[in-house]
Design a protein around this ligand. Structure first.
Ligand SMILES: Cc1cc2nc3c(=O)[nH]c(=O)nc-3n(C[C@H](O)[C@H](O)[C@H](O)COP(=O)(O)O)c2cc1C
Length: 351
């Protein structure tokens, strides 16, 4: 399907649907000689997989990765790496009630308009499950980037109308919301659980900080670094917006206030979010995405069927009441894919 490939010199193609045989990814452009074992990828997949807590879907996908190519004696060979995750715990019958209805807020209607046919079982390509393939590719990119001294950290900054006031990176993986503030996380969990019990859902804001990026990455003009990151983020289901650095608050700032002043020791602020003119400054790259409330809710809503008749819909089933905790490893993976590509492009420019 056109539109399933991302990147230039580090190129990722994902395939598969949530209720087909498997989801997977072909990663081309992996540097040869990288030590890589399934456990490197599995670790990241386990952070994304469903059923981790009662603020995520109780689906029990094992998400076990199999690497079918591109590796010899524990090292990458430079040829395409194919990672595959066979689908298990599928319950297509759970979608029987809605197979002729369009879920409000989901991609059912637009897929039907586009293709004239739709895999209604678990949303096909529009399923969050597609992102498992990106996480597998991202794990490889992360490993390559760690050799370059780059680290990527994402976390829930806000969810269920509760915002973090404290940022403690050590706290992130200790709570089910992946929030960097223990007290805020506890309040988020309480509210998400209450919403889930009421059959509803909530959204939030995920922040991502990338450290150790060299200055000079990104291409003028259509492939600016921030434009590439925005494209990658908006290619994720449920992501409705992105801001870098000071972001939308720049609207109320003065130029002298927003400009990041410099001294010989470095930048004094980072309102740009680490990118100027589409090229990395060498500061942390900082951005935030808004994650919409999960559309599949068990509240009665108005919709139409495939013949255009007025209908009511109530989406039962095992959905994430808040997508933030599970999208975090996906955000990190997508940024890693983009940055590894950018590093390779910068090396090619100076070759
Ligand atoms: C990790 C992840 C998990 C998701 N889980 C669900 C889910 O359980 N139920 C649901 O309706 N949508 C879920 N989504 C969101 C849908 O994939 C998304 O809303 C849908 O494809 C429509 O795209 P749009 O929201 O970007 O317009 C998830 C997305 C991600 C990235």
């Amino acid at each position: 399907m056109p539109g399933s490939t991302f990147g230039n010199l580090f190129r990722v193609t994902t395939f598969g649907e949530s209720h087909g045989g498997a989801v997977g990814v072909v990663v081309d452009g992996v540097t040869p000689g990288l030590e890589l074992e399934p456990a490197d990828i599995q670790r990241e997949l386990d952070r994304r997989k469903p059923g981790q807590s009662d603020v995520t879907t109780p689906r029990k996908e094992t998400d076990e990765v199999h690497i079918l190519s591109g590796i010899f004696e524990g090292k990458t060979t430079g040829t395409p790496v194919l990672c595959i995750l066979y689908n298990k715990d599928m319950r297509p019958e759970a979608y029987d009630d809605i197979k002729n209805l369009f879920r409000p807020g989901h991609a059912d209607f637009t897929y039907f308009e586009k293709y004239g046919i739709r895999d209604y079982r678990g949303s096909g390509r529009a399923s969050g499950r597609e992102t498992a393939a990106r996480v597998a590719a991202g794990a490889i990119a992360k490993k390559l980037l760690s050799r370059r001294g780059v680290t990527i950290i994402a976390y829930t900054l806000r969810a269920a109308q509760v915002g973090c006031t404290n940022i403690d990176y050590d706290e992130i993986e200790r709570n089910p919301m992946r929030a960097p503030d223990r007290e805020a996380a506890a309040k988020m969990v309480e509210r998400v659980k209450a919403l889930a019990e009421a059959g509803d859902s909530t959204g939030g804001i995920v922040e991502c900080v990338v450290k150790g990026v060299q200055p000079g990455l990104g291409d003028p003009v259509f492939e600016k670094l921030d434009a590439e990151i925005a494209r990658g983020m908006l290619s994720l289901g449920a992501v409705k917006g992105i801001e870098f650095g000071a972001g939308f608050s720049a609207a109320d700032m003065r130029g002298s206030e927003h400009n990041d002043w410099r001294e010989s020791g470095g930048f004094l602020t980072n309102n740009a979010g680490g990118v100027l003119g589409g090229i990395s400054t060498g500061q942390d790259i900082v951005f935030r995405i808004v994650v919409k409330p999960t559309s599949s809710v068990a509240v009665v809503q108005k919709t139409i069927d495939i013949e255009g008749n007025d209908r009511e819909i109530r989406t039962e089933g095992r959905h994430d009441p808040c997508i933030c905790p599970r999208i975090i490893p996906v955000v990190e993976a997508m940024v890693a894919i983009i940055l590894e590509d950018q590093y390779k492009r910068q090396a090619a420019l100076h070759a």
